[in-house]
Write a protein that binds this ligand. Structure first.
Ligand SMILES: Cc1ncc(C[n+]2csc(CCOP(=O)(O)OP(=O)(O)O)c2C)c(N)n1
Ligand SMILES: [Mg+2]
Length: 398
């Protein structure tokens, strides 16, 4: 339909054709303003908006100590990352450093509903998930410093934390790259008849990656025990979610694959995260059904600490979120109101988290760098298995 008005002409050509023909029209399309998204037509299946998360069955049974532990875990993430930022500014950390500050309720809420057979995989903004599953600040800070005592022996840095003993499979730098891997973990569980499910985390910027859709397709087709968790903090680097992703919501795309999906508006509320993620995890455990959850959240710092964060969003936007939805403050107020926390305990938790983070910086500082020999270890090298060698190519470190 070549003679339609310009908007539909371009849209038709782009959707009906491919290759050069379509890309000719791409530049015209690019200039169009972003259209307002239509509202969702179908109710999400795993959601329950406008409710009191404290009354959810999974939360009502929480004891005081468990609630304090959730709060403490969020504080530990915040203080650890603030210390990381200082170390970066002191020139102790090279490469990138992506802070999770503002999103703590998600990692802590999700890890708290994980069973011992469940697995977790995430992107490069991985400090929160690592601490939440029980990794130690020392091995994490040392990894940031590139030291041999780091969890990846100093070869991965902040983006590549790993701890298979805690079913924590990283820490991945390629946007969306961890999603096929997480789907593979879920496949392996089902294939081997093992218990458990995989929680595969991604940012809002991942959802347009082809590999994410290929993963959705296989997860639904083979009914895999996986929960895809989109941490929608509103931005991929400096591009807002509205400017990068079409459709009414990021999670609703799951409908195309016949998967359960939900939007968790109150991602700042650790109890709401526990409830909704717990439901999706139960579906994975009991029925081997996959889900896509979109958890709305916000990051306070720039994309990485190298991002001056001055061009793509307003400071007032950051302050508005901080003052009304800060995950730590919101939970703290609620626990104070029910007298689970006292001012004294809050101070104690805070001081202890600061001291732990400070100790980790000293530990990292005092640790040695890997030797050249250490750097060569654990790198796949065909010469390690000469009998199985199938191809000839350049060998690492030869
Ligand atoms: C395949 C690929 N493309 C581009 C990049 C560069 N890049 C790194 S982070 C990022 C933004 C991702 O944003 P989002 O998924 O929303 O995660 P967030 O940083 O908000 O946690 C981009 C484009 C990359 N690492 N990998
Ligand atoms: Mg994002």
């Amino acid at each position: 339909m070549l003679f339609k008005p310009q908007v539909s002409l371009v849209f038709d050509e782009v959707t009906l054709n491919n290759g050069i023909f379509a890309s000719n029209y791409y530049f015209k399309l690019k200039a169009f303003p972003v259209t307002k998204k239509p509202s969702s037509t179908k109710k999400p299946e795993v959601t329950n908006l406008g409710y009191d998360a404290r009354q959810a069955p999974i939360n009502i049974k929480l004891g005081q100590d468990e609630k304090i532990a959730l709060y403490r875990d969020m504080v530990r993430i915040r203080r650890f990352e603030e210390r990381c930022l200082r170390s970066y500014q002191q020139g102790k950390i090279g490469g990138f450093l992506h802070l999770y500050i503002g999103q703590e309720s998600i990692a802590v809420g999700c890890a708290s509903v994980m069973g011992k057979d469940d697995h977790i995989i995430t992107a490069y903004r991985d400090h929160g998930h690592a601490l939440a599953v029980g990794m130690g600040m020392n091995e994490m800070m040392a990894e940031n410093y590139g030291k041999i005592t780091g969890c990846s022996k100093g070869k991965g840095g902040s983006m590549h934390y790993f701890d298979p003993s805690r079913n924590f499979w990283g820490g991945h730098g390629i946007v969306g790259g961890q999603i096929p891997l997480g789907t593979g973990l879920a496949y392996a569980l089902k294939y081997k008849g093992l218990k458990g499910a995989c929680m595969a985390f991604m940012g809002d910027g991942s959802v347009n990656q082809g590999a994410v859709h290929e993963s959705y397709n296989l997860a639904a087709l083979w009914s895999l025990p996986v929960v895809f968790i989109i941490e929608n903090n509103g931005y991929s680097m400096g591009t807002s979610q509205e400017r990068s992703s079409a459709g009414p919501s990021l999670a609703q795309r799951a409908e195309g694959y016949g998967m359960n999906w939900a939007i968790i508006e109150d991602g700042h509320d650790v109890l709401a995260v526990r409830d909704k993620v717990g439901q999706a995890l139960k579906l994975a455990h009991d029925k081997s059904l996959p889900s896509v959850l979109e958890i709305r959240t916000y990051r306070y710092r720039g994309h990485s600490v190298a991002d001056p964060d001055t061009t793509y969003r307003d400071k007032a936007e950051i302050e508005a979120y901080k003052s009304t939805k800060d995950p730590l403050s919101v939970f703290q107020l609620s626990l104070l109101a029910e007298q689970t926390l006292t001012d004294e305990l809050i101070q104690k938790i805070d001081e202890s988290a600061r001291a732990e983070a400070e100790t980790s910086a000293q530990f990292a500082d005092a640790s040695p760098y890997p030797s050249i020999e250490d750097i060569k270890k654990d790198v796949y090298w065909e010469i390690d298995n000469p009998a199985d060698r199938k191809s000839v190519g350049a060998l690492f470190f030869d």
